[in-house]
Design a binder for this molecule. Structure first.
Ligand code: NDP
Length: 448
């Protein structure tokens, strides 16, 4: 018999925590998971999943317009935000149910309370119950950062945006990263007047420059507005509810909704980490080793709370590797090389491996191949949007070290192509593959 109530106590039932819980339980551990909000975490409840459903909803705006060029007699259509919102939220409920079932079927005890660490092996729940565990896993994710400016309380974050009472006529989105570009596309297609306000002149830092530039160009062409190098001063709320965003260097912008998309910070506040000597990095993330172990030997952490790569599939891998290492007698680390990622903008962009700039800075000689084309469907639809595919090759070895693309279905195409990049295949291997015609993806094997 163990001296502890549980073999594993997990704090946070998001992607990483749920995976770790069920795999540890499958290895025979007695597991409990504490969650103060809903099961599923950011991705399922207020992130990737509801966002992607809104993206699908938004895309109908263009599809309905394009359909006319393909012979369909489409009457003028109205968009009803509340219908989409409620259907999306209902699907989130369904998925949350599936996550709960997973925990249930693996006999993981779900404790719907806030948990605070009181020592290396102990946790106190909001109800006052004290619990001991051989190991504790922290998987509490990250939380939106709101800039410290006067009137910031009038804005919302991605936590609230899925629950709006109505679709804003005018929206200002602060930030130039993932969430800003994805929601700019969504609200623009729903008919909102969208302005992205960014503190620098750079969107989507980390992605290949040419691909980012193409997104900016297409977004502007569609009618999304951009204010770069903007120094926000304060936000005022007028009597009629209008928000006026004031700048130190430019005219104010009035809007009905202000969305902060200014990054996310590790969610560690009030967790009691100091009671067990768990160290944090300068950025406030939990410091871990390659096995996700913190500075306290019995406490581990996975996912966004460790700020390694803020991506759901990465958190899932970390949670799985942790459970195999600690409970499966199979020490495993996560390989962070060539992790593909995408921005579900309109059109979406995706990338894996090195950007051109990274390759030029780290490799001897680099060859770049690009295909800049107008997808067949866009041609007939009269849509003046060009796709751009880019391959980065190490000229010494002929190995493909990076693939970057923007265009319809780019994330779907890149996921498959990422296997080749991860496997270290050469440009010649791409060339040797016969094209699948007619498709957009065939451009990848026809690059000259
Ligand atoms: P990002 O890190 O992508 O972008 C943050 C943006 O806000 C940057 O443009 C940054 O500017 C700017 N910014 C940061 N701090 C301030 C500030 N104080 N005032 C004004 N601007 C500021 O964060 P997001 O919030 O868009 O997304 C959070 C994370 O969630 C992402 O990093 C990503 O890992 C994950 N995510 C992933 C998605 C996907 O995989 N498709 C979708 C959505 C989120 P600067 O560049 O100058 O620092």
């Amino acid at each position: 018999m163990s001296d502890y109530d549980f073999d594993l106590f997990v704090i946070g039932a998001g992607s990483g925590g749920v995976r770790a819980s069920r795999v540890a339980a499958a290895h025979g551990a007695k597991v409990a998971v504490a969650e103060e909000y809903r099961v599923g975490g950011t991705c399922v409840i207020r992130g990737c999943v509801p966002k992607k459903l809104l993206i699908y909803g938004a895309h109908f705006a263009e599809d309905l317009r394009d359909a006319r060029r393909f012979g369909w007699k489409v009457p003028d259509c109205d968009f009803e935000w509340t219908t989409l919102r409620d259907n999306v939220l209902a699907d989130v409920d369904r998925l949350e149910g599936l996550y709960r079932n997973t925990l249930n079927s693996h006999e993981v005890e779900l404790i719907q309370e806030r948990a605070t660490i009181t020592g290396p092996h102990s946790v106190k729940l909001a109800s006052g119950r004290e619990v001991s565990a051989k190991y504790i896993l922290v998987s509490t994710g990250a939380w939106p950062i709101i800039p410290d400016i006067e009137g910031a309380e009038h804005g919302v974050t991605s936590n609230e945006v899925f629950h709006l009472e109505e679709c804003p006529k005018r929206i200002v989105i602060v930030g130039g990263g993932y969430i800003a570009n994805e929601f700019a596309g969504i609200f623009h297609e729903f008919g909102s007047h969208v302005t992205i306000v960014n503190r620098s002149g750079t969107l989507l830092r980390g992605y290949d420059e040419q691909i980012r530039d193409r997104l900016l160009q297409i977004s502007m062409m569609k009618g999304i507005n951009f204010r770069f190098n903007a120094e926000m001063e304060r936000i005022e709320k007028k009597e009629d509810g209008t928000l006026s965003v004031r700048f130190r260097n430019g005219d104010p912008i009035d809007c009905d909704l202000l969305l902060f998309a200014t990054g996310r910070k590790p969610h560690v506040d009030g967790l009691g980490l100091e009671n067990a000597g768990v160290e944090l990095s300068d950025k406030g993330a939990i410091k871990v080793d390659e096995y996700s172990r913190t500075s306290c030997q019995s406490i581990y952490a996975v996912g966004d709370v460790t700020d390694r790569m803020q991506l759901t599939p990465v958190a899932i891998r970390e949670g799985h590797a942790f459970a195999d290492t600690v409970f499966g007698d199979n020490p495993r680390t996560v390989d962070y090389a060539c992790v593909p990622s995408a921005v579900f903008s309109q059109p979406p962009l995706a990338g894996v491996g090195m950007t051109e700039a990274e390759a030029r800075n780290t490799l001897g000689t680099v060859k770049i191949y690009t295909s800049d084309f107008r997808p067949m469907k866009n041609v007939l639809a009269g849509r003046d949007e060009r796709a751009l595919y880019k391959m980065v090759v190490d000229a010494t070895t002929d190995r493909v070290v990076g693939l970057h693309m923007i265009g319809p279905d780019a994330p779907e195409i890149l996921q498959a192509a990422a296997i080749a990049v991860k496997a270290g295949l050469t440009k010649q291997a791409f060339d040797d593959t016969v094209a699948l015609h007619p498709s957009m993806a065939e451009e990848l094997v026809l690059l000259k």
